[in-house]
Design a protein around this ligand. Sequence first.
Ligand code: HEC
Ligand code: HEC
Ligand code: HEC
Ligand code: HEC
Ligand code: HEC
Length: 196
Amino acid sequence: MNFNLIEKRSLSLLFSVLLAYFLLPIELRAADNKTEIVLPEGEYDGIEVSQPIDFPHNIHVRENKINCLYCHTYARRSKVAGIPPTSKCIGCHKIIATDKPRIQKLQEFWDKGVSPPWKKVHDLPDFVHFTHEVHLKKFIFDPDLPIQKAGEVCGVCHGDLANMTTARKVKPLTMGWCVECHEKNGGPGDCWACHK
Ligand code: HEC
Ligand code: HEC
Ligand code: HEC
Ligand code: HEC
Ligand code: HEC
């Protein structure tokens, strides 16, 4: 048999295996590449929180392909994900869409030296311990995960932000829901893990 042919065949096999692997939905794989992530069930009937500026996630994420982690920078390495500072918005909006009323409102906040008073959408009671870092280390297996994939991981707990304007709470985030996901995926079950 022709050596080149074998090599070509195995290369193309390797390629299709890799391709199939990358096409698998993210929720089927955890960071260690071995465990399947089984999602908890349940939805929350999203209450709209009215924000000082009607910020469009869809325009930024879906149309302009800006990564969640570009704005919510701290999610991967700390407890909180954080809301981006106004300076980050202005970095783009000092030149982009400056004629639009919502951007002019943003500029007014910036000129006054205050941030738009964004209201919390997801808010666990203070007696519950939650950290983004541990979950994202577990579920985002590739540090250079492309935007769609990062969004899917965030979406497990936050829903499909790429198709929302301002964020809405669409997942229950109740104790039963968190515990169900921990039971299915090997998260801690001890009361003290979540109630320090
Ligand atoms: C990386 C660049 C970038 C950053 C950072 C950014 N935006 Fe945008 N934003 C855009 C682009 C591009 C558009 C689409 C503009 C268009 O279609 O004319 C847009 C559109 C908008 C619009 C809709 C404007 C309209 O009425 O059509 C709002 C409101 C807005 N951004 C607010 C913000 C806020 C608030 C922040 C900070 C939290 C922010 N943006 C950060 C690039 C950015
Ligand atoms: C395992 C569930 C889970 C995942 C995955 C998750 N979050 Fe969160 N997120 C939460 C919970 C719970 C809160 C509320 C925390 C609180 O009130 O203490 C929250 C709060 C937030 C907030 C509000 C500010 C803050 O940090 O408290 C932002 C912004 C946020 N998440 C963005 C993201 C982004 C972006 C991703 C993906 C990179 C993500 N989250 C992934 C559960 C999750
Ligand atoms: C251009 C910056 C920008 C990008 C990109 C962006 N966000 Fe946001 N995000 C914001 C701003 C500003 C707010 C506050 C307004 C609101 O609640 O919608 C916010 C709010 C949120 C909240 C609600 C926080 C709370 O109070 O509970 C979540 C969750 C969130 N974003 C997740 C995501 C996810 C997931 C992605 C990617 C799919 C993403 N964001 C992309 C700027 C951004
Ligand atoms: C998608 C499934 C999933 C959801 C939803 C989820 N978790 Fe987890 N969580 C995990 C897994 C898996 C681990 C273990 C991660 C590891 O060991 O690397 C974990 C770890 C933790 C830890 C341990 C952190 C540490 O410091 O070691 C806490 C606390 C926690 N989760 C709280 C929560 C709370 C509170 C909620 C609900 C708001 C929640 N989780 C929702 C899967 C989930
Ligand atoms: C995976 C994380 C997690 C674990 C493990 C966990 N809890 Fe909770 N617990 C929560 C969350 C999240 C809430 C807040 C629920 C809400 O706001 O709806 C909560 C709320 C509570 C409350 C308040 C109930 C109420 O209705 O307001 C009590 C009491 C409680 N937990 C006790 C416990 C005990 C006892 C255990 C161990 C058997 C335990 N929890 C294990 C996440 C957890």
